[in-house]
Design a protein around this ligand. Structure first.
Ligand code: 2X7
Ligand code: FE2
Length: 302
């Protein structure tokens, strides 16, 4: 491929397994009556916009593939197995099958290694793909007709410090963008994380009973609204600047590095993104956003 590749779309695409449960796709064993509609309808709108865009590969960084020695990349061309959520086996028993863009994964791996990051290709054919990767990919592209590049979360926030995480995620974002450009491919990027992440420790007897669903506390809500307002007004560099405080005070799942990675890969866009939805799942705050660098204003391609 000779043409320069690029990120044609990027999304903040949170992965509560409840959203898949409530959609009742054929791959998931449990069935639900309803639930978390605001977020599910937000994903519907994201999918509608993505349908207008041609892309070759989905690149996703998931907080639930946790690696402590460096960043790992899925390196097996095809996976097929059953994913069971360790905390919610009653909601998520999902039979997945996916293709991996190993060529692009290897390009990112090699580029990262050349730039001094600790990286590894994950080449175990029996590896079970984490539910964060599966849920974000399923909700963004339920036909599973595109290969993915799966990137692990190198847990540097907990193992070292939030500052180390930020530095590495920024660098990984830059490297991701450069590898995509060299590959000639058109890519959709997904940051698979919730915003505020303190959650309930008990579940309602009917999980989809929405009379039990609400934000965990007002303090978390204020943080989520602050971050959403900043994103909506294109203050992405500023969001990255306050990320350490956000992670500490709202226990944000962006401690995984996924959110900083995405904004860095997009080179901190100043344009207004498409804001699809905000909603809570067992008390956590979840926002769905889309960035479309090729469209005139960066928002929805329509
Ligand atoms: O992994 C998750 C999450 N991030 C948010 C909400 C509910 C369950 O699982
Ligand atoms: Fe999660």
């Amino acid at each position: 491929m000779s043409e320069k590749g690029r990120i044609v779309a990027a999304a903040l695409a949170p992965h509560p397994p409840h959203l898949v449960y409530a959609e009742n796709p054929p791959q998931n064993e449990p069935s639900a009556e309803c639930g978390w509609e605001q977020l599910r309808w937000g994903y519907e709108k994201l999918r509608r916009d993505l349908a207008d865009i041609e892309f070759d590969t989905i690149v996703v960084l998931s907080p639930h593939w946790q690696t402590y020695v460096g960043t790992h990349f899925l390196g097996v061309p095809h996976f097929k197995s059953l994913s069971v959520d360790p905390v919610f086996p009653n909601l998520f028993r999902f039979h997945y099958e996916m293709d991996v863009d190993v060529d692009l994964a290897r390009m990112m791996h090699d580029e990262a290694a050349d730039n001094g990051l600790v990286v590894k290709m994950m080449e175990n054919p029996d590896f079970r793909v984490d539910y964060g990767t599966i849920v974000s990919c399923h909700l963004s592209n339920p036909s599973w007709d595109k290969p993915i590049v799966g990137i692990s979360s190198n847990r540097s926030t907990s193992y070292y410090s939030v500052e180390v995480m930020q530095e590495q995620a920024r660098e990984l974002g830059r490297i991701t963008r450069e590898a995509i450009e060299k590959s000639g491919k058109r890519v959709l990027l997904l940051a698979s994380n919730s915003l505020s992440h303190r959650h309930f420790t008990t579940e309602a007897s009917v999980p989809e009973d929405m009379s039990h669903e609400h934000i965990y506390n007002h303090h978390q809500y204020l943080w989520d609204m602050r971050v959403i307002e900043m994103l909506r007004s294109g203050k992405t560099q500023e969001v990255v600047d306050i990320m350490p405080e956000f992670i500490e005070q709202a226990v944000s799942e962006s401690d995984a590095g996924s959110f900083t990675w995405l904004l860095s890969a997009l080179d901190y866009p100043r344009f207004e993104p498409e804001f699809y939805a905000y909603g809570t799942v067992i008390g956590t705050g979840n926002a769905i956003f889309g960035w479309y660098p090729d469209s005139e204003e960066g928002g929805s391609p329509q």
